[in-house]
Ligand binder design. Sequence first.
Ligand SMILES: [Zn+2]
Length: 298
Amino acid sequence: MKVDECRVCQSHRLDLVLDLGRTALANRFLRPEQLSEPEPTFPLRIILCGDCGLVQLDEEVPREILFKEYLYASGTSSLVRKHARWLGASLGRRYSLGAQDLVMEAASNDGTVLKEFRWQGMPVLGIEPAKNIAAGAIERGIPTIVDFFDDRLARALREQYGPARLFLARHVLAHVADLHGFVRGIKHVLAEDGVAAIEVPHVAELFRHLEFDTIYHEHLCYFSAAVLQTLFHQFGLSIIDVDRVPIHGGSLLVHVGHEGVHPVSPRLVEVLSQEDNLQLDQIETWRSFARRVAHVKE
Ligand SMILES: [Zn+2]
């Protein structure tokens, strides 16, 4: 499905900046009997929003094709397991989480991250749309709802389980077509003093290190802190802190709370000013990126 409005600000000022052609979907190894079948390919093109500066794909592969049966399991990566331990320890301490504080995670995968909170005594709840992956988490004792997280589900979860003191969303926001529904869901489910910790690959690193191999059909959006701030503000949420994490080519762990509840860290100002220096919202910046990609291709 072709996209004609920006996923964050709904602007129609969208300019093509990089065309990677039609490519097959990732994470999809073929079985011997599939080798003679035609493999579907989909366009892979990057556009820039002239209003909010969001870098995004202009085409969507239906999420039922992408995520219902999923092959990527977090627990198979020792780097992700190590990162999960750091998240459990540092977030637990930073927000003084205890046995009364529900930790909820969207796209909780096989429960690798939630496990780090459960052993500290906090109640946990995972939400994971891939049946095969969720089954593994449930087997390991992590309660998991098999569904996509959105506004509708968030209301039902709050009703049944109460508000989340910590809401985690690691490397899922880039996969979400209905960003507004997802963020509205966070607004609903988050306790008054709660924090959402959202991890995304940082578009500044994609640009600086020419990480065009991280552009694929599952990642609809490539976020900067500035664009995320625009997104959250629309729903009465704001970024209160940001950590740089070395995972997935350089990511941001963005801490988000209800507007006006938490103090804002100077680290946010620092990241915003770095992004500003790189001019990540300018078309000429991304045209130069496309020229560098073409050079590598040649
Ligand atoms: Zn926009």
